[in-house]
Design a protein around this ligand. Structure first.
Ligand code: NAP
Ligand code: GLV
Length: 329
Protein backbone atom coordinates (compact mmCIF):
# COMPACT_ATOMS: atom_id res chain seq x y z
CA UNK A 1 0.00 0.00 0.00
CA UNK A 2 1.39 3.42 -0.88
CA UNK A 3 2.11 5.88 1.90
CA UNK A 4 0.03 9.05 2.26
CA UNK A 5 1.65 12.14 0.77
CA UNK A 6 2.65 14.96 3.05
CA UNK A 7 4.10 18.41 2.42
CA UNK A 8 6.11 19.97 5.27
CA UNK A 9 6.53 23.69 4.61
CA UNK A 10 9.94 24.06 6.30
CA UNK A 11 12.65 21.98 7.90
CA UNK A 12 11.47 21.30 11.45
CA UNK A 13 13.26 19.60 14.37
CA UNK A 14 14.06 15.89 13.87
CA UNK A 15 11.66 14.80 16.62
CA UNK A 16 8.82 15.56 14.23
CA UNK A 17 10.40 14.33 11.02
CA UNK A 18 11.56 11.05 12.61
CA UNK A 19 8.01 10.23 13.60
CA UNK A 20 6.79 10.79 10.05
CA UNK A 21 9.42 8.50 8.50
CA UNK A 22 7.88 5.25 7.21
CA UNK A 23 4.41 6.58 7.97
CA UNK A 24 4.18 9.06 5.14
CA UNK A 25 5.88 10.00 1.93
CA UNK A 26 7.30 13.36 2.93
CA UNK A 27 8.34 16.32 0.86
CA UNK A 28 10.05 19.10 2.81
CA UNK A 29 10.45 22.69 1.63
CA UNK A 30 14.07 23.24 2.62
CA UNK A 31 14.47 26.93 1.74
CA UNK A 32 14.92 29.44 4.54
CA UNK A 33 12.01 31.54 3.28
CA UNK A 34 8.48 30.08 3.36
CA UNK A 35 7.19 28.45 0.17
CA UNK A 36 5.56 31.08 -2.06
CA UNK A 37 1.76 30.89 -2.24
CA UNK A 38 2.04 29.56 -5.80
CA UNK A 39 4.10 26.61 -4.55
CA UNK A 40 1.51 25.88 -1.87
CA UNK A 41 -1.18 25.94 -4.57
CA UNK A 42 0.77 23.39 -6.63
CA UNK A 43 1.56 21.10 -3.69
CA UNK A 44 -1.85 21.06 -2.05
CA UNK A 45 -3.55 19.56 -5.11
CA UNK A 46 -1.72 16.31 -4.59
CA UNK A 47 -1.27 15.74 -0.84
CA UNK A 48 -3.11 14.00 1.99
CA UNK A 49 -1.57 16.02 4.78
CA UNK A 50 -0.04 19.48 5.24
CA UNK A 51 2.34 20.35 8.07
CA UNK A 52 2.56 24.13 8.05
CA UNK A 53 3.88 27.07 10.02
CA UNK A 54 2.40 30.40 11.09
CA UNK A 55 4.14 32.07 8.14
CA UNK A 56 2.06 30.11 5.59
CA UNK A 57 -1.21 31.64 4.43
CA UNK A 58 -3.68 28.76 4.37
CA UNK A 59 -6.76 30.48 3.00
CA UNK A 60 -10.08 29.32 1.56
CA UNK A 61 -8.83 29.19 -2.04
CA UNK A 62 -5.90 27.02 -1.06
CA UNK A 63 -8.01 24.69 1.07
CA UNK A 64 -10.47 24.23 -1.78
CA UNK A 65 -7.65 23.11 -4.07
CA UNK A 66 -6.74 20.31 -1.66
CA UNK A 67 -9.22 17.77 -2.94
CA UNK A 68 -7.49 14.84 -1.22
CA UNK A 69 -6.42 16.83 1.87
CA UNK A 70 -7.30 15.04 5.11
CA UNK A 71 -5.50 17.11 7.73
CA UNK A 72 -3.76 20.43 8.31
CA UNK A 73 -1.25 20.37 11.15
CA UNK A 74 0.24 23.66 12.27
CA UNK A 75 3.47 23.75 14.29
CA UNK A 76 2.30 26.62 16.53
CA UNK A 77 -0.45 27.26 19.03
CA UNK A 78 -1.81 30.32 17.17
CA UNK A 79 -3.63 29.57 13.92
CA UNK A 80 -4.77 32.98 12.69
CA UNK A 81 -3.05 32.26 9.35
CA UNK A 82 -5.52 29.46 8.61
CA UNK A 83 -9.10 29.87 7.41
CA UNK A 84 -10.65 27.58 10.00
CA UNK A 85 -14.20 27.98 8.67
CA UNK A 86 -13.10 26.89 5.19
CA UNK A 87 -11.33 23.80 6.54
CA UNK A 88 -14.28 22.94 8.78
CA UNK A 89 -16.69 23.29 5.86
CA UNK A 90 -14.62 20.67 4.03
CA UNK A 91 -14.44 18.43 7.12
CA UNK A 92 -10.67 18.89 7.43
CA UNK A 93 -9.36 18.87 11.01
CA UNK A 94 -6.67 21.40 11.97
CA UNK A 95 -4.07 20.56 14.59
CA UNK A 96 -2.00 22.96 16.71
CA UNK A 97 0.57 22.70 19.51
CA UNK A 98 -0.81 24.18 22.76
CA UNK A 99 0.83 23.82 26.15
CA UNK A 100 4.34 22.74 25.26
CA UNK A 101 5.35 26.32 24.43
CA UNK A 102 3.63 28.04 27.34
CA UNK A 103 6.64 28.24 29.66
CA UNK A 104 9.14 29.26 26.97
CA UNK A 105 6.84 32.04 25.77
CA UNK A 106 6.19 33.25 29.32
CA UNK A 107 9.97 33.27 29.91
CA UNK A 108 10.52 35.38 26.80
CA UNK A 109 7.77 37.75 27.91
CA UNK A 110 9.63 38.26 31.16
CA UNK A 111 12.95 38.65 29.37
CA UNK A 112 11.39 41.47 27.33
CA UNK A 113 9.75 43.05 30.36
CA UNK A 114 13.00 43.08 32.31
CA UNK A 115 15.08 44.23 29.36
CA UNK A 116 12.71 47.08 28.51
CA UNK A 117 12.30 48.24 32.11
CA UNK A 118 16.04 48.34 32.79
CA UNK A 119 17.14 49.48 29.31
CA UNK A 120 19.34 46.43 28.85
CA UNK A 121 19.73 46.77 25.07
CA UNK A 122 20.51 50.48 25.28
CA UNK A 123 22.99 49.83 28.09
CA UNK A 124 24.76 47.05 26.23
CA UNK A 125 25.07 49.25 23.14
CA UNK A 126 26.44 52.04 25.35
CA UNK A 127 29.26 49.80 26.56
CA UNK A 128 30.17 48.43 23.12
CA UNK A 129 30.25 51.97 21.70
CA UNK A 130 32.96 52.81 24.23
CA UNK A 131 30.79 55.37 26.05
CA UNK A 132 31.17 53.86 29.57
CA UNK A 133 33.50 56.31 31.30
CA UNK A 134 32.44 56.22 34.92
CA UNK A 135 29.58 55.33 37.29
CA UNK A 136 27.00 58.05 36.80
CA UNK A 137 24.16 58.72 39.24
CA UNK A 138 21.71 59.56 36.47
CA UNK A 139 22.82 57.14 33.78
CA UNK A 140 20.36 54.74 32.10
CA UNK A 141 17.73 54.96 34.82
CA UNK A 142 14.87 52.52 34.28
CA UNK A 143 11.59 51.55 35.88
CA UNK A 144 11.24 49.33 38.94
CA UNK A 145 9.71 45.94 38.34
CA UNK A 146 9.44 44.78 41.94
CA UNK A 147 6.30 46.19 43.52
CA UNK A 148 4.94 47.54 40.21
CA UNK A 149 1.52 46.74 38.70
CA UNK A 150 1.44 44.26 35.85
CA UNK A 151 -1.64 44.15 33.60
CA UNK A 152 -2.17 40.90 31.72
CA UNK A 153 -4.49 41.11 28.72
CA UNK A 154 -5.75 37.61 27.94
CA UNK A 155 -5.60 35.07 30.73
CA UNK A 156 -5.14 31.81 28.87
CA UNK A 157 -2.21 29.42 29.31
CA UNK A 158 0.54 31.95 28.59
CA UNK A 159 -1.14 34.84 30.41
CA UNK A 160 -1.40 32.67 33.53
CA UNK A 161 2.21 31.50 33.25
CA UNK A 162 3.30 35.15 33.09
CA UNK A 163 1.26 35.86 36.24
CA UNK A 164 2.91 32.95 38.04
CA UNK A 165 6.33 34.48 37.40
CA UNK A 166 5.18 37.87 38.72
CA UNK A 167 4.71 36.39 42.19
CA UNK A 168 8.46 36.35 42.66
CA UNK A 169 8.57 40.09 42.00
CA UNK A 170 5.99 41.02 44.57
CA UNK A 171 3.84 42.71 41.96
CA UNK A 172 0.19 43.67 41.95
CA UNK A 173 -1.21 41.69 39.03
CA UNK A 174 -4.38 42.74 37.20
CA UNK A 175 -5.81 40.63 34.44
CA UNK A 176 -8.50 41.15 31.85
CA UNK A 177 -10.09 38.30 29.96
CA UNK A 178 -13.43 37.99 28.19
CA UNK A 179 -14.26 35.26 30.73
CA UNK A 180 -13.32 35.75 34.37
CA UNK A 181 -11.47 32.72 35.76
CA UNK A 182 -12.34 30.77 38.90
CA UNK A 183 -11.88 32.55 42.22
CA UNK A 184 -9.68 29.66 43.40
CA UNK A 185 -7.27 30.21 40.52
CA UNK A 186 -7.27 33.98 41.10
CA UNK A 187 -6.31 33.36 44.73
CA UNK A 188 -3.64 30.81 43.86
CA UNK A 189 -2.02 33.17 41.37
CA UNK A 190 -2.61 36.28 43.49
CA UNK A 191 -4.31 38.17 40.65
CA UNK A 192 -7.23 40.63 40.48
CA UNK A 193 -9.80 40.70 37.70
CA UNK A 194 -10.12 44.17 36.15
CA UNK A 195 -12.02 45.79 33.33
CA UNK A 196 -9.88 46.46 30.25
CA UNK A 197 -10.11 50.19 30.94
CA UNK A 198 -9.05 49.85 34.61
CA UNK A 199 -6.14 47.62 33.64
CA UNK A 200 -4.90 50.16 31.09
CA UNK A 201 -5.21 53.04 33.54
CA UNK A 202 -3.48 51.36 36.48
CA UNK A 203 -0.74 49.14 35.01
CA UNK A 204 2.96 49.98 34.85
CA UNK A 205 3.50 47.05 32.48
CA UNK A 206 0.83 45.80 30.09
CA UNK A 207 1.46 42.38 28.57
CA UNK A 208 -0.65 41.03 25.69
CA UNK A 209 -1.65 37.35 25.60
CA UNK A 210 -4.94 37.17 23.71
CA UNK A 211 -5.21 35.16 20.51
CA UNK A 212 -5.68 37.07 17.26
CA UNK A 213 -9.25 37.02 15.99
CA UNK A 214 -11.43 39.66 14.39
CA UNK A 215 -12.44 40.78 17.91
CA UNK A 216 -8.84 41.33 19.03
CA UNK A 217 -7.51 42.92 15.81
CA UNK A 218 -6.14 46.36 16.80
CA UNK A 219 -7.39 45.85 20.36
CA UNK A 220 -4.63 48.37 21.14
CA UNK A 221 -5.30 51.53 19.18
CA UNK A 222 -5.15 55.27 19.93
CA UNK A 223 -7.86 55.35 22.66
CA UNK A 224 -6.13 52.50 24.54
CA UNK A 225 -2.76 54.29 24.50
CA UNK A 226 -4.53 57.48 25.64
CA UNK A 227 -5.72 55.57 28.71
CA UNK A 228 -2.32 54.21 29.70
CA UNK A 229 0.15 55.79 32.13
CA UNK A 230 2.92 57.91 30.53
CA UNK A 231 5.37 55.65 32.40
CA UNK A 232 3.80 52.41 31.12
CA UNK A 233 5.63 49.82 29.02
CA UNK A 234 3.73 47.58 26.58
CA UNK A 235 4.90 44.02 25.93
CA UNK A 236 3.49 42.01 23.04
CA UNK A 237 4.37 38.35 22.60
CA UNK A 238 0.96 37.38 21.15
CA UNK A 239 0.38 38.63 17.57
CA UNK A 240 1.47 41.87 15.89
CA UNK A 241 -1.97 42.76 14.53
CA UNK A 242 -3.42 43.06 18.04
CA UNK A 243 -1.65 46.44 18.12
CA UNK A 244 -2.06 49.21 15.55
CA UNK A 245 1.61 49.95 14.73
CA UNK A 246 0.96 53.58 13.71
CA UNK A 247 -0.85 54.25 16.98
CA UNK A 248 1.98 52.57 18.90
CA UNK A 249 4.57 54.71 17.16
CA UNK A 250 2.64 57.91 17.94
CA UNK A 251 2.06 56.85 21.57
CA UNK A 252 5.77 56.29 22.19
CA UNK A 253 6.96 59.21 20.08
CA UNK A 254 4.68 61.67 21.88
CA UNK A 255 5.32 60.22 25.35
CA UNK A 256 1.82 58.82 25.91
CA UNK A 257 3.57 55.65 27.03
CA UNK A 258 7.22 55.12 27.99
CA UNK A 259 8.13 52.30 25.62
CA UNK A 260 7.40 48.86 24.30
CA UNK A 261 8.97 45.45 23.80
CA UNK A 262 7.74 43.35 20.91
CA UNK A 263 8.29 39.76 19.86
CA UNK A 264 5.64 40.10 17.17
CA UNK A 265 4.91 42.87 14.68
CA UNK A 266 2.47 43.77 11.94
CA UNK A 267 3.64 42.94 9.33
CA UNK A 268 6.27 40.28 10.01
CA UNK A 269 9.07 40.76 9.45
CA UNK A 270 8.87 44.45 10.33
CA UNK A 271 9.57 46.63 7.29
CA UNK A 272 13.11 48.08 7.32
CA UNK A 273 11.70 51.61 7.00
CA UNK A 274 9.13 51.22 9.79
CA UNK A 275 9.16 54.35 11.98
CA UNK A 276 9.03 52.03 15.00
CA UNK A 277 12.67 51.13 14.34
CA UNK A 278 13.68 54.76 14.93
CA UNK A 279 12.46 54.70 18.55
CA UNK A 280 15.23 54.12 21.11
CA UNK A 281 12.73 53.01 23.74
CA UNK A 282 11.28 50.23 21.60
CA UNK A 283 12.81 46.78 21.74
CA UNK A 284 12.04 44.24 19.00
CA UNK A 285 13.02 40.59 18.67
CA UNK A 286 12.06 38.36 15.71
CA UNK A 287 9.14 36.24 16.98
CA UNK A 288 11.23 33.95 19.18
CA UNK A 289 8.70 33.32 21.97
CA UNK A 290 8.82 29.54 21.68
CA UNK A 291 12.40 29.38 20.42
CA UNK A 292 14.05 27.09 22.95
CA UNK A 293 15.61 23.82 21.78
CA UNK A 294 13.36 21.63 23.90
CA UNK A 295 10.17 23.54 23.12
CA UNK A 296 10.64 23.56 19.36
CA UNK A 297 11.37 19.83 19.46
CA UNK A 298 8.17 19.20 21.42
CA UNK A 299 6.19 21.37 19.01
CA UNK A 300 7.54 19.42 16.02
CA UNK A 301 6.66 16.12 17.69
CA UNK A 302 3.17 17.30 18.52
CA UNK A 303 2.61 18.59 14.99
CA UNK A 304 3.72 15.21 13.60
CA UNK A 305 1.39 13.38 16.00
CA UNK A 306 -1.55 15.51 14.89
CA UNK A 307 -0.65 14.93 11.25
CA UNK A 308 -0.42 11.15 11.61
CA UNK A 309 -3.70 10.95 13.49
CA UNK A 310 -5.39 12.95 10.72
CA UNK A 311 -3.90 10.76 8.00
CA UNK A 312 -5.17 7.67 9.79
CA UNK A 313 -8.67 9.13 10.15
CA UNK A 314 -8.33 9.35 13.94
CA UNK A 315 -9.19 12.37 16.13
CA UNK A 316 -6.23 14.73 16.39
CA UNK A 317 -4.74 14.86 19.91
CA UNK A 318 -4.97 18.68 19.65
CA UNK A 319 -7.66 19.85 17.30
CA UNK A 320 -8.67 23.46 16.68
CA UNK A 321 -12.01 22.59 15.02
CA UNK A 322 -13.34 19.45 16.76
CA UNK A 323 -16.75 20.19 15.24
CA UNK A 324 -15.52 18.33 12.14
CA UNK A 325 -15.93 15.11 14.12
CA UNK A 326 -19.48 15.93 15.19
CA UNK A 327 -20.41 16.42 11.54
CA UNK A 328 -18.92 13.03 10.62
CA UNK A 329 -20.91 11.06 13.22
P1 NAP B 1 -4.89 30.22 25.03
O1 NAP B 1 -4.62 29.50 26.29
O2 NAP B 1 -5.87 29.64 24.07
O3 NAP B 1 -5.33 31.71 25.37
C1 NAP B 1 -5.92 32.53 24.41
C2 NAP B 1 -6.40 33.79 25.07
O4 NAP B 1 -7.03 34.59 24.05
C3 NAP B 1 -7.45 33.56 26.15
O5 NAP B 1 -7.29 34.53 27.13
C4 NAP B 1 -8.75 33.76 25.40
O6 NAP B 1 -9.83 34.13 26.21
C5 NAP B 1 -8.34 34.90 24.50
N1 NAP B 1 -9.24 35.03 23.37
C6 NAP B 1 -9.49 34.10 22.42
N2 NAP B 1 -10.39 34.58 21.54
C7 NAP B 1 -10.70 35.83 21.96
C8 NAP B 1 -11.59 36.82 21.48
N3 NAP B 1 -12.30 36.60 20.39
N4 NAP B 1 -11.67 37.99 22.15
C9 NAP B 1 -10.94 38.19 23.27
N5 NAP B 1 -10.09 37.28 23.78
C10 NAP B 1 -9.98 36.12 23.13
O7 NAP B 1 -3.58 30.43 24.17
P2 NAP B 1 -2.06 30.56 24.67
O8 NAP B 1 -1.39 29.25 24.55
O9 NAP B 1 -2.03 31.29 25.95
O10 NAP B 1 -1.48 31.50 23.48
C11 NAP B 1 -1.99 32.81 23.33
C12 NAP B 1 -1.50 33.42 22.04
O11 NAP B 1 -0.11 33.70 22.15
C13 NAP B 1 -1.58 32.50 20.81
O12 NAP B 1 -2.84 32.57 20.21
C14 NAP B 1 -0.51 33.04 19.91
O13 NAP B 1 -1.05 34.03 19.07
C15 NAP B 1 0.47 33.70 20.88
N6 NAP B 1 1.75 32.98 20.98
C16 NAP B 1 2.88 33.61 20.58
C17 NAP B 1 4.10 32.98 20.71
C18 NAP B 1 5.36 33.65 20.29
O14 NAP B 1 6.26 32.97 19.80
N7 NAP B 1 5.49 34.94 20.47
C19 NAP B 1 4.17 31.68 21.22
C20 NAP B 1 2.99 31.07 21.61
C21 NAP B 1 1.78 31.73 21.49
P3 NAP B 1 -10.83 33.02 26.83
O15 NAP B 1 -10.12 32.47 28.04
O16 NAP B 1 -12.02 33.80 27.19
O17 NAP B 1 -11.05 31.98 25.78
C1 GLV C 1 3.77 31.16 17.98
O1 GLV C 1 3.64 32.32 17.74
C2 GLV C 1 2.68 30.28 18.19
O2 GLV C 1 1.52 30.68 18.01
O3 GLV C 1 2.97 29.11 18.54
Amino acid sequence: MSLPKVFVTRRIPDAGLDLLQNRASIEIWTERQPPPYKVLQDKIRDIDGLLCLLTDRIDKNLIELGTSLKVISQMAVGYDNIDVAAATARGIPIGNTPGVLTEATADLTWALLMAASRKIVEAERFVREGRWQTWEPMLLLGADVAGATLGIVGFGRIGQAVARRAKGFDMRVLYWNRHRCEIGLERELGVEYASFEQLLEESDFVSIHVALFQETYYLFDRPQFDSMKPSAILINTARGAIVNPDALYDAIHTGKIAGAALDVTEPEPILPDSPLLSLPNLLIVPHIGSASIKTRSQMALMAAQNLIAGLQGECLPNCVNPEVYERKQ
